[in-house]
Design a protein around this ligand. Structure first.
Ligand code: NAI
Length: 342
């Protein structure tokens, strides 16, 4: 494909995840050309100069939006900035991919949906990449085919290996807390696998097992939650920042004629070790190791959707709004105690 025929993308935010998206867009998404990158941090721009194929570099988001040779922006910035940055991108005439969550505030989500409705020719997608993981996809297809009857319960967890450096303690100021940062994925998975029900009541509780620094943000390093949906379906969530064994993200769906477990053994590969301590396998170390393919497939699908071939797998802005609505209610339940009606 000639570069003129490719979607010209500018990536915004080159932190922990932004660098990964940038490398995918530069080298592994045939329909995309990574032409610009933006970060206010000089070290990150230096990384871009050394690792990306000569993108135009900006330290200011407004300047990137003014670049007429950028068709789409790829936001991998702090969650507290997403809503305004999406609105700015749409007003500048750019397609926009934005990492999850859409916003930490329901009113801000509604503002983005209203603005996006004014630009129906522009693609706007939120990165709930778990929908693109082959195993989650297969489970979705099996549910659609009726393999487990009528699904009525999802049990889903996002748990990270303990990071003694405490990245997420510093990150807590802008992450929205464990439910809006981590469980938001499980919320989206539950709604996706249960047929997009609307939540009616939630209850959450949490514990600080290791990272005392989270208390000043009203956050916890382990959280559990229950969500009741209007149609009678249920979801149970667990999120953790303190696992000893690695990133252990998995989900189960229970239906009237069977159940599916997705990734319940978080094995890094198919090797099993038989030794004096028994039989075991090694575990995925990080979310990126677990979902590397999913991040790539979601990028390819975004590019296809802009070209008019939309497989409809990704989360809509409406789905992302519902995920934030439930995540905000979980945080409220955690902070004030007791169930929260939606
Ligand atoms: P990070 O803190 O490592 O990176 C944030 C980046 O945004 C940095 O490059 C920073 O320089 C840049 N930035 C800050 N203010 C900016 C501004 N005004 N304009 C342009 N750039 C700005 O954070 P991380 O972990 O990369 O997370 C970024 C986003 O990705 C968050 O919204 C997070 O929720 C999401 N994320 C999603 C994951 C998933 O599983 N889908 C996993 C990890 C993060």
């Amino acid at each position: 494909m000639t570069s003129a025929a490719r979607l010209r993308v500018g990536v915004v935010g080159l932190g922990r995840l932004g660098k990964r998206h940038a490398e995918n867009l530069a080298y592994r998404v045939p329909g995309a050309a990574l032409v610009a990158a933006c970060s206010p941090v000089e070290d990150e721009l230096t990384w871009a100069r050394e690792n990306l194929p000569e993108p135009r570099l900006y330290d200011d988001y407004g300047a990137l939006l003014a670049d007429r040779e950028v068709d789409a922006v790829w936001l991998v910035t702090p969650s507290s900035l997403h809503a305004q940055q999406i609105v700015d991108a749409l007003q500048a005439g750019k397609h926009v991919f934005c990492e999850k969550p859409l916003s930490l505030d329901v009113g801000e989500c509604e503002r983005v949906l209203a603005e996006a409705a004014r630009y129906p020719h522009l693609q706007a997608t939120i990165g709930f990449m778990r929908r693109f993981d082959p195993s989650y996809r297969d489970a979705f297809d099996k549910i659609e085919a009726g393999v487990i009857g009528r699904p009525f319960l999802v049990r889903s967890q996002t748990t990270d290996k303990n990071d003694e450096d405490g990245f997420f303690v510093r990150f807590a100021a802008t992450s929205g807390g464990i439910f809006l940062d981590c469980t938001v994925h499980d919320i989206d998975v539950a709604r996706w696998l249960l047929g997009k029900p609307r939540a009616k009541r939630v209850f959450a509780a949490g514990a600080v097992a290791l990272h005392e620094g989270l208390r000043e943000y009203g956050d916890v390093d382990n959280g559990v939650a229950i969500c009741e949906f209007e149609g009678g379906q249920l979801a149970m969530f667990y999120a953790s920042r303190t696992q000893a064994h690695g990133n252990d993200t998995h989900s189960e769906v229970i239906g009237t004629a069977g159940a599916l477990a997705i990734g319940r053994n978080p094995r890094v590969n198919r090797v099993e070790i038989f030794d004096a301590s028994g039989v075991r396998n090694e575990c995925t170390g990080s979310f990126f190791e677990r979902f590397e393919e999913a991040f790539l497939f979601e990028a390819r699908e975004f590019v296809d959707a802009v070209a008019g071939v939309d497989a409809g797998v990704g989360a809509s802005l409406g789905d992302a709004l519902e995920a934030t609505r439930i995540g905000v209610a979980l945080r409220e339940s955690l902070l004030r105690g007791g169930a929260v009606d939606l």
